[in-house]
Design a protein around this ligand. Structure first.
Ligand code: XMP
Length: 514
């Protein structure tokens, strides 16, 4: 394993992903972890991430010197670089040499371990206030910029390396190469980690964990639960039952896709619960977004638990496991570490016996989203499932501004299907993060169609680009595609006479309208 020490901000996850792209397994640890504990994990190398602080700021995270003396290769980036410099006796100061964004880097030692085979002039991504003016003793300076004399250094003998910039971001042109040089040349690691290994390893682990007991898994139609279920299915076959709750708020063809494509690809046992009426009854007359979300969440749990109860009553071994599609970012964000092994499943609702405890099976706990997609591919899941864009759990219920009714849902389903069809036809699926289609059910506007006046509802298109949904920008879709979507929706969907485009970034707007 390669450890990525997290000094805050969002850099550590990106670095860990880049290391895995280099086919080396990586894990993130907090900078507060004692060095002895880090070393106890027997890392083949350690990477120190960037961070928001100045090394001299009060309370700035630091590192025990012993980390650099353990014989483990270390690569410091940005904050990690400055920390390495100051800890080992170099000089870092605030000389006013701030650099933010794309910066030209002059490589002074082309044959160095990190920069071998890369040009002497290269563009890198900087983001720092303080700067290193003198490298620690025993280190060679390997690159500089116009304002920073020491922008990279290395001590090949001790296997210690550092760069002031962020090699993990794509704006650093040779960043991935420099990182790979550290891993392969500096630390001597072989690139052998692949998702194929992950699948094999997880299947063995799941078999061992579940034994001859049974497991259940909730399918949402999303990528994560589908891949987790497929993996567990491959490991334990008919000992797994998947439950899919059709709340009637799904998009067109979605339930059929789960029923047919998922089952065809995996052979999993699937229990589809048709709960449309129940959800629509519960949502009747409700237009407040938060209330809709609460109702949908509550009903979902009730229905799911009812299905659980039914499975529990079927003949067979004990149902002891619940499969979840938890991803690595969820694990890291909730404090990393070992996580919960046992949950008590909602004994207060739905009528489950008090004493039922499920153990969790979370086969995707070490993976990032793109890796989950690769695993899904490996397991033979169809593209439509594996490359699916995000879709909110409450479904179309939060894409109708106003009350949710069956008629409105049907109308929105049609409009959404047209938008999706045209975006796919234009080859734009991978360019956009997602494109909510929203019905403004409480708004009407005047239009003219044929010879007559219409008084219909507007449909909003909300195409966005994003990396993680935390921030987003509106997608600049080609006019022809927008025109086609607009024409088709107003022609084909009754009661819609206007299509509008949402051109708000996030912030200030959220991606969904509710
Ligand atoms: P917002 O609207 O907050 O959405 O910018 C960010 C991302 O999260 C999705 N989303 C949800 N996903 N359950 C989910 O599983 C939810 O309740 C939910 N609400 C929003 C949204 O589609 C976007 O990708």
């Amino acid at each position: 394993v390669v450890l990525v020490v997290d000094f805050g901000a969002q850099y550590a996850q990106l670095i860990a992903r880049r290391v895995r792209e280099a086919r080396v397994y990586s894990e993130i640890v907090p900078s507060t972890m004692p060095v002895a504990e880090m070393l106890a994990k027997n890392p083949r190398a350690i990477i120190l991430s960037g961070g928001p602080s100045s090394v001299y700021a009060e309370g700035a995270p630091s590192l025990d010197r012993s980390l650099f003396e353990a014989g483990v290769p270390v690569f410091g980036m940005c904050y990690g670089f400055q920390l390495m410099a100051t800890t080992l006796g170099g000089t870092v100061d605030d000389n006013g040499a701030r650099e933010y964004g794309r910066t030209p880097l002059a490589v002074s030692k082309a044959g160095s371990t990190l920069f071998e085979g890369t040009p002497t002039e290269q563009s890198v991504w900087m983001s720092h206030g303080d700067a290193c003016s003198a490298a620690p003793e025993g280190f060679t300076v390997t690159a500089s910029t116009d304002v920073v004399p020491v922008a990279a250094f290395e001590n090949d003998e001790k296997k210690l390396y550092g760069v002031q910039y962020h090699p993990e971001v794509m704006h650093s042109t040779y960043g991935q190469q420099v990182l790979e040089h550290f891993l392969y040349r500096g630390a001597g690691i072989e690139p052998t980690w692949t998702t194929t290994n992950v699948v094999e390893e997880q299947i063995a682990l799941i078999r061992e964990q579940v034994g001859d007991k049974r497991a259940i898994c909730g399918l949402s139609g999303g990528v994560d639960s589908a891949v987790a279920a497929a993996l567990v299915q491959k490991a334990i076959g008919s000992q797994l039952t998947c439950v899919y709750v059709d709340h009637g708020l799904m998009r067109k063809g979605e339930t059929e896709q789960v029923e047919k494509d998922f089952v065809a690809a995996t052979g999993a046992k699937l229990k589809v619960v048709d709960a449309e009426k129940r959800f629509l009854d519960a949502l009747a007359g409700v237009s407040d977004p938060e209330q809709k979300r609460k109702i949908i969440g509550r009903e979902f749990i009730r229905v799911f638990e009812q299905a659980q109860l039914e499975i529990l009553q079927e003949d067979g071994p004990e149902v002891a496991f619940l499969v979840q599609g938890t991803l690595y970012p969820d694990v890291v964000e909730s404090g990393g570490g070992t996580g919960t092994a046992n949950i008590k499943s909602h004994h207060n609702v739905g009528g489950l016996p008090d004493d039922i405890e499920f153990q969790l099976v979370e086969p995707l706990r070490q993976l990032f989203k793109d890796e989950v997609r690769m695993v899904g591919q490996e397991l033979g899941l169809p593209e439509e499932i594996v490359q699916r864009q995000p879709f909110p759990g409450p479904g179309l219920g939060i894409r109708i501004v106003g009350d949710v009714t069956k008629e409105r849902l049907d109308l929105l389903r049609e409009a959404d299907a047209i938008a999706r069809e045209e975006l796919t036809a234009a080859g734009l699926d991978r360019d956009i993060w997602q494109c909510p289609v929203v019905l403004l059910a409480d708004v009407r506007s005047v239009g003219v169609q044929g010879d007559g006046r219409t008084y219909g509802h507007p449909i909003v298109l909300r195409p966005v680009s994003s990396e993680d949904a935390m921030t987003a920008d509106w997608s600049r879709l080609p006019y022809e595609t927008l025109a086609k979507i607009s024409t088709r929706i107003t022609n084909e969907v009754a009661d819609v006479n206007r299509v509008v485009l949402d051109v708000t970034s996030k912030p200030p707007g959220t991606i969904e309208w509710e």
